[in-house]
Design a protein around this ligand. Structure first.
Ligand code: PLP
Length: 435
């Protein structure tokens, strides 16, 4: 009588609303003993639970794949109402299959078995850790620097609300990098490692930055015991100074509107003070890290997903990441892959990106199919649309990328958008816009 076995826990239906206070002791006991000693009785046909309602909830909270069950047919038990109103098996089945849940203790199921068979199943054989093991992300990082380069790839995610039957829109979320929460972690790491490798790294780093490269260098500098000083244009959000100072860096505001306008001053100050000026704008380690990692991992992710990109859209600051992506994808897939660069309109400021004519190194080595001008207000509106449709709080240059995507988007095709950072540094700009 009754068939004992393991049933996928998602198939065992709960007909009863169980208060967390009844679940806690069972959850704790299961963890303490590491075994389950009684099966959950369920009606054979519907797989609705007939007993062990709190055990079922506790097993769910333990994340197991399988539940130990005993399947009973209707002749093997009877339902006894205990709360005044008659409750039938049909009521229980209906509650289990999606109707409103019955009260705890409203009924009892009397088994014709004398008692439930004893079992002895350990949590591991119920798949206690399988969900994390399947995802392969149980690794513990040996140090915080490993968290950066061993954490790659950054996620590539489908933006479902902007995709359709013929159109796939994918966003690469560089905000998942751990230090500056931006694509610039890659550049900061590469420039420091390259300088270290050739013995060209002094104890102090100087850099002109609009925030992200500074935060990345300050973080990696902190790990490696280096000091740093950053030179920031006057119009960049104030919160960047706070983050840099918390990381132990010194900050100097410069009377310029564009980061590149501070380079020669930073270069001569570094020479005077015996500091290393890594100079992201001219340092080929910037371009190289995107060839070796950013572009290649994007390709591998797209291949894994089974698509070839038609358009890749991204912002231009130093031009490091989009130039590397252009070189990689045009070389591998030919000219069918369209590369779209995004810059601010004349006289507009979008932190992180700037106009090509202000001087960029790598952009001239590769092919761009289109360069799209975006206003700061359009970038913010892009951030708002992505936030409200996809729940992602992206940064202003990402909002500009999204706006450019909307300008070129057709009904069909695979569109890849590179989102360099998150929105959390841009509270001041968002606040100004909302006012
Ligand atoms: N977006 C943000 C937020 C940035 O910080 C940067 C670079 O500073 C970029 C875009 C542009 O990236 P790249 O320098 O690779 O052109």
């Amino acid at each position: 009588m009754g068939r004992v076995g393991l049933t996928p826990i998602s198939e065992v239906k709960q007909p009863v609303a169980v208060d967390i206070r009844y679940i806690v002791p069972i959850y704790s006991e299961l963890l303490r003993r590491g075994i389950v000693d009684k099966p959950i009785a369920m009606e054979e046909e519907s797989r609705v639970a007939l007993s062990g309602f709190d055990l079922l909830e506790a097993l769910n909270l333990l994340g197991v794949d399988m539940a130990p069950t005993i399947a009973l047919d209707r002749s093997e038990f009877e339902v006894i109402s205990t709360c005044g109103r008659p409750i039938s098996l049909d009521d229980i089945v209906e509650a289990g299959l999606g109707g409103s849940k019955l009260g705890y203790g409203c009924f009892q199921v009397k088994l014709h078995l004398r008692e439930l068979p004893c079992i002895n199943v350990d949590l591991d054989s119920l798949g206690f850790s399988n969900d994390y093991k399947r995802r392969g992300n149980l690794r513990v990082y040996g140090d915080t620097l490993e968290l950066l380069y061993e954490g790659w790839p950054t996620p590539l995610v489908k933006l479902r609300s902007f995709s359709s039957d013929g159109r796939i829109v994918l966003a690469k979320l560089e905000g998942f990098n751990p230090f500056s929460n931006s694509i610039k972690d890659r550049v900061g790491w590469a420039m420091i490692m390259e300088a270290l490798g050739r013995g060209g790294l002094r104890e102090v780093i100087y850099e002109a930055t609009s925030s992200n490269t500074g935060i990345a260098l300050a973080s990696i500098g902190a790990i490696l015991g280096l000091r740093s000083r950053f030179f920031i244009p006057r119009n960049i959000q104030r919160v960047s100074d706070v983050y840099l100072k918390i990381l132990g860096a010194e900050v100097e505001r410069m009377p310029v509107n564009l980061t590149v306008e501070a380079i020669s001053e930073v270069e001569s100050r570094a020479r005077m003070d015996g500091a290393t000026h890594l100079n992201q704008f001219e340092n080929d380690a910037n371009f190289k890290v995107h060839l070796k990692y950013t572009a290649r991992e994007l390709d591998l992710q797209l291949r894994e997903f089974g698509v070839k990109p038609d358009y890749i859209v991204g912002g231009l600051g130093t031009s490091g990441h989009m130039s590397a992506i252009s070189l990689y994808f045009k070389s591998r897939y030919g000219r069918d892959v369209k590369i779209v660069g995004v810059q601010p309109t004349r006289d507009d400021v979008i932190p992180g990106i700037r106009r090509i004519e202000t001087g960029m190194r790598w952009v001239h080595w590769v092919e761009f199919d289109r360069i799209i001008d975006v206003k700061c207000s359009e970038a913010i509106e892009g951030c708002i649309e992505v936030a409200r449709r996809e729940g992602l709080l992206i940064g202003l240059s990402s909002g500009a990328v999204f706006h450019a995507f909307k300008e070129i988007a057709g009904e069909d095709g695979v569109y890849v958008l590179i989102f360099p950072d998150t929105g959390y540094k841009y509270g001041e700009q968002f606040e100004g816009y909302l006012k």
